[in-house]
Write a protein that binds this ligand. Structure first.
Ligand SMILES: [Zn+2]
Ligand SMILES: [Zn+2]
Length: 140
């Protein structure tokens, strides 16, 4: 998993200023295995930095995605969650509440090798998501 130090280093290399907002966002995102919406990140950041706007959060998340620090996961209609960069994995998504859980499947890269072997494509990535109901929603 990408360390905070590496992330800070990446910003430095690209001459991007490490503003307090960016630093706090990096802190939040790099902790734990969570998948965040921009709205959730904004609310959390707002507790310590009430002056930050949701647009700033949105712009910074996009910047982090471009830099490869954060990965965007699309689900539902025009809905995205964001997570700190780590090893490639799949997601199980709750259709009720949007809760997202990571799944590591050992043969993940083999799928791409197979897809490449049966086509003349140079495969760069693939996308697979599982949908269901999480245990919290199941109990309701
Ligand atoms: Zn749920
Ligand atoms: Zn994930």
């Amino acid at each position: 998993m990408l360390s905070i130090e590496n992330a800070v280093q990446t910003l430095k290399e690209k001459n991007i200023r490490l503003t307090p907002q960016r630093h706090e966002l990096i802190n939040i995102l790099s902790k734990g295995n969570k998948h965040w919406t921009v709205e959730e990140l904004y609310q959390l950041l707002n507790e310590s930095m009430p002056s930050v706007s949701i647009t700033t959060v949105y712009n910074n998340i996009n910047l982090f995605c471009e830099l490869g620090l954060v990965k965007e996961i699309q689900f539902g209609e025009a809905l995205s969650k964001y997570e700190w960069k780590k090893e490639d994995h799949y997601h199980i998504v709750c259709s009720e509440c949007g809760e997202m859980v990571d799944v590591w499947y050992p043969a993940l890269k083999e799928v791409e090798v197979f897809a490449q072997s049966i086509s003349k494509f140079d495969i760069s990535s693939h996308n697979l998501q599982f949908y269901g109901t999480c245990s919290n929603c199941e109990q309701k």
